[in-house]
Every structure is written in C-alpha cells, then in structure tokens.
Design a protein. Structure first.
Length: 570
C-alpha cells in the first residue's frame, strides 16, 4: 500500500499552535490528515512520485483559520456583486453613497430593489464635519427616484431608505414604530428615511424573502472569499425560524437546508458549525421553549459528515433593544440611556427572570448556548444564569459562551473560567468603532472594551470572530488589532493594557475557536492525526511588524487535504 504523502511542505515557519506553540519547518499531509510535523528529515520518507512538494521559502504555515462568529449567508448577500459596498474606504461621503446607488440603478430592471450594506456615519465626511447631519432619503432620491433603495448600516442597528421605499412600505408621518424601534423624522414631522432597531422590521417585512437560488449564490460568494482568506471553519451563529424575518430570511431555516444541499453537492469548502435560532430578538421564555421543541436535537449532524456541517446548539438574544444604544450597562451611556432596561414595559427584574428561564430551559435540554450580549450588566446577568443552570442541572463540558463580551467584568470572567465557559470576541469591531466609543461610554470604558488581556489572564477561553457582515472576515486585521489596539480611522491606541501577543491572538482564531466547536481534539492545530486544514501566509508572521500583518498575502488554503485556494507559484 502506498503510504506516500499527497502534500509536503518544506523550509517554512510551521506554526503548530500546539500546547507549547512549537515551531517546525516541515509538514506532510496524507489523505485528509496531517501525518508528520517537524523538519525535512521527518517528512522525507513520505515523499513519493505523486507527492506535491511545496517549498515555503520561509513563508508561514498555520492551521486553517476558524472564524467563530460569521453569518455566511448574510455576508454573501451583503457584499458585491449581490449588494452595493458602502463600507469604508469604498465610500467616504454621502456623495459616494449616492454614486454607488446611481451605478446600481443602471444595472437592474425598473422597480427592482437596490440594496447596500455597511455604511457608517463615522466615516462619511458630511456627517463627521457636522454630527447633526444624518443620512436622509433626499440623499438618494435624485439618483433613484423610481427604484426603492434600502441601505443597511455596518452595525445592523439602522437602515436608510429612499422616498420610493417609504412609499412602498407605507411609512409616513402617521406611522408608529414597533416597540424598541424609532422612525427618525425631520422638523416637519416627516420621515427622513432612517429607521433604528425594531423599526427596521417595517422594511424587512416589506421585502421579498431570499429565494433559494439567492441563498445559494450568497453562500457560494462567502465560501470563495473565505478560501482566499485562509478561513477553513466558521460558525453560523443563528439559523432557524427566529431568523426568517432578519435580512430577508438570510438567518432563516431555509438557509440551513441550502447548506445541506451545498454539502451534498460537494461545494461546502469550509467546515460550518450552526447555532439554531428558535426565536428572534424579543421573545418570552414560553415562546422560546415552544420554538425550541420543534428544532433539531443538540449535537445532531445535518448530514453524513458532521465534521463538515453540524449543529452545536442554540443562539439566544439577551440584550435590551434600545434605539441607537443597545448595550445594557451598569452605568448610563454618556447623555443617558442603558443604565436600566425599559423596553416594552419590562423592568430589570422582569427581563432577568426571562433570561434566567430561557437559559435554564436550553441548558436542561442539552444544548450548547451562544448568548448575544453586550454591556456589563447584561453579561453579568447571563453568566450568572449559566452558573445557576449548571448548578440545577449538572452537565459535563457544556461549553456555553457569551457572544461579543465587550464589557466583561471581573465577576463574569471569574464565573466563566470557573465553569469552563467561554467568550466570543470581535477584534475587528473594536478596530472599527474605537474612535466612536468614547462618545457613548466615556474614555475609560471605551479603552477597556473587548478586554482580551484580562479575559485570558482570568483563565477564560476566548475565541475570535468577525461577526460578518458587521465587519470583514479578515482575521489578519483581527490579529493586528489584538496586538496593537489601534483604531481604524485615526490609528489611535485604545486600551494598550488589553493588548495580547501573537501566539495568544492566533489561538483565538484556531485551537480555542475549535474548542468552541467541541473539535479541538481533531482540528485547530498542526499535529499528526489532526485534519489537514491549512493556511499559508506569504512571509514570516513570527517576525512581522503587527502593522504589516493585514497585508500579508494568503497564498494557499487547504481543507481536509484538498487545495481550495492556490496563489503559489512553485
């Protein structure tokens, strides 16, 4: 029997991310498995006539990157060619936005909806120079009088539409927003075209749901980009009936069926773990329990290959939804807000009781939980609920985690570490919003936000994710941000005491993200016997200036021993 390797890598910086963070120079792959790691002599016996030999020439070989929080379908539908790119630096002014919409109008039939994603007033010149100047329907009407336009903010907390869209949706000066939402009006009381939080549902409910083919195209687009970035695994954090009304159903149950189809057709070029989404952002414990009972059992694979597509647990929303200010904080935002919860008539105690009941139910049912939560008060509430659920229903190795964890407290870190729970942080969000945080939470809290150093020192398992489409799934920028804590717009350092080192940052995108997936025993590091999920980065990552990491090219991506991206020239 031929024991020759299919791939052999020589003369590189093989960053194993094992327990000692060992550095080797060679690695061999046979089938879909890593069969040798070490030096040239360790892999030489495995070289046969059909072995592809890759001379790394000092390049860096990493485990495949695991983005532990990425909305794959939503990201695909929010990026070109399926949507207008309104992110910085693609656009830097309201005029740029209008020009992008004008170009899109010229490419589609009359009356078709135009969509765009990722605008941010912090990077639009007119809004920066005059903070009272907000996006308006009038900015869009001149370039799109007949096509309805809907433009989503980078954060997902605001939507901007033109007059045609307002007309089709039926929003006018007499419209009443849903609880927890806001329809922005001008001095005359007329809608400006900006909708915040829950009011965005008025747009979502008016848009046609994504077709099956649109979902397929969106996920294919995402998979292609992820392969180019060296990402071989990601978590879809919420697919189910609770997502049917979010982003035209991108987070809905039909999207999970599309993933099954792509797997069956051999097109799923990344490993996908799924959190089910029984209910949306606002639901009672009773509603959650009823919805959960109808969904797939915890741990049940979605097809014959659970290593490629599987369900890990459920996603829960635990935040209050407050227009413009969504974090539930112990101390108010600058100018007020979020010091206490006051949404839909709920008090703090009522909301805490609902969160406790939902978490108790999901835990007792055997699910892993990823709980969307921002703000110190909310995080403490959720971590305490985790601990109470574990005390009432002991379970080995539940691996619950808080999603975002932007303002982890010393108390919440202690609880997470003591029970083997984790946190899923978003360094590229920190990079994006660092220049704006002080306006809302003050300098001290802004510097502390996303406290990587404190969390790791407290013994908490930390995984990193992009939350795409909120930010790009470019892990290289995430690593640089964890090391530098510099902001996107001004390059200003925000919280240098929360910096971490390269090895620690890489772990959050590899072995600790694999831990979140219950998969650290078979992926996430470069060790014999583990799956051959690999990422090759041109240049020596170990000696690179952190400022240069975001531009280091990804030249090869391997999933399960198969090359899915190849820009090498040897």
């Amino acid at each position: 029997m031929d024991a020759s390797a299919d791939l052999v890598f020589l003369d590189g910086r093989v960053v194993t991310v094992d327990a000692e963070f060992s550095i080797a120079s060679a690695l061999a792959v046979t089938g879909g498995t890593i069969t040798a790691v070490g030096g040239r002599d360790d892999v030489a016996p495995l070289i046969g006539p059909d072995t592809r030999i890759v001379d790394l020439r000092g390049a860096t070989l990493l485990p495949g990157i695991n983005d532990s929080h990425l909305h794959g379908c939503a990201f695909g539908m929010s990026t070109p060619p399926l949507s207008v790119d309104l992110s910085h630096p693609a656009v830097s002014s309201l005029a740029d936005v209008a020009e992008g919409v004008r170009e899109a109008v010229g490419l589609v039939p009359a009356g078709q909806w135009i969509t765009g994603h990722s605008w941010d007033t912090g990077y639009l010149d007119e809004c920066v120079s005059d903070p009272s100047r907000l996006p308006s329907r009038h900015d869009l009407d001149a370039v799109s009088p007949d096509h309805p336009v809907v433009l989503y903010s980078f954060s997902g907390h605001a939507t901007w539409v033109n007059s045609k869209a307002l007309q089709l949706i039926g929003i006018d000066r007499h419209s009443v927003p849903p609880p927890g939402g806001a329809i922005v009006v001008d001095e005359a009381g007329e809608p400006t075209g900006l909708l915040h939080e829950g009011a965005q549902a008025l747009v979502q409910n008016a848009l046609p749901p994504l077709s099956r083919q649109e979902r397929i195209d969106a996920i294919r687009s995402t998979l292609a980009m992820l392969a180019r970035l060296g990402v071989t695994s990601y978590t879809e954090p919420g697919l189910g009936p609770g997502g049917d009304g979010i982003m035209r159903g991108a987070l809905g149950a039909q999207t999970l069926d599309v993933y099954r189809q792509l797997l069956a057709d051999g097109e799923l070029t990344a490993r996908v773990g799924v959190l089910l989404l029984p209910t949306g952002m606002a639901s009672t414990a009773k509603e959650f329990a009823r919805a959960l009972a109808t969904l797939t059992a915890p741990g049940e694979a979605t097809d014959t290959d659970p290593g490629r597509l599987t369900i890990h647990g459920v996603k829960i929303f635990a935040d209050g939804i407050v227009p413009n200010k969504t974090a539930w904080m112990n101390e108010p935002y600058i100018g007020g807000g979020c010091g206490s919860l006051c949404v839909g008539g709920e008090t703090d105690s009522e909301k805490i009781a609902e969160i406790d009941a939902i978490i108790q139910h999901a835990h007792a049912a055997g699910h892993q939980m990823g709980v969307h939560v921002t703000g110190d008060r909310a995080i403490d509430t959720v971590t305490d609920a985790f601990a109470a659920a574990m005390a009432d229903h002991p379970r080995p190795d539940a691996r619950h985690y808080v999603i975002h964890g932007d303002f982890l407290t010393a108390h919440s870190m202690k609880v997470l570490a003591a029970h083997g729970f984790g946190v899923n942080m978003n360094p590229t969000i920190k990079w994006t919003v660092a220049d704006m945080e002080e306006e809302f939470v003050g300098a001290e809290r802004a510097a502390y936000a996303w406290p990587y150093r404190d969390a790791l020192d407290a013994g908490v398992r930390v995984a990193s994710g992009s939350d795409a489409p909120v930010t790009s799934p470019d892990w290289r920028q995430g690593v640089a941000t964890m090391m530098l804590r510099e902001s996107k717009a001004a390059g200003r350092v925000s919280g240098p005491e929360q910096r971490i080192g390269l090895a620690e940052a890489l772990r959050t995108y590899t072995i600790d993200a694999a831990w979140q997936d219950f998969a650290d025993d078979w992926k996430g590091s470069l060790e014999p016997g583990k799956v051959a999920d690999l990422c090759v980065l041109d240049g020596d990552l170990l000696t690179a200036d952190p400022h240069d990491i975001p531009t280091m090219p990804v030249v090869l991506t391997v999933l399960d021993g198969q090359v899915v991206h190849d820009a090498l020239h040897n």
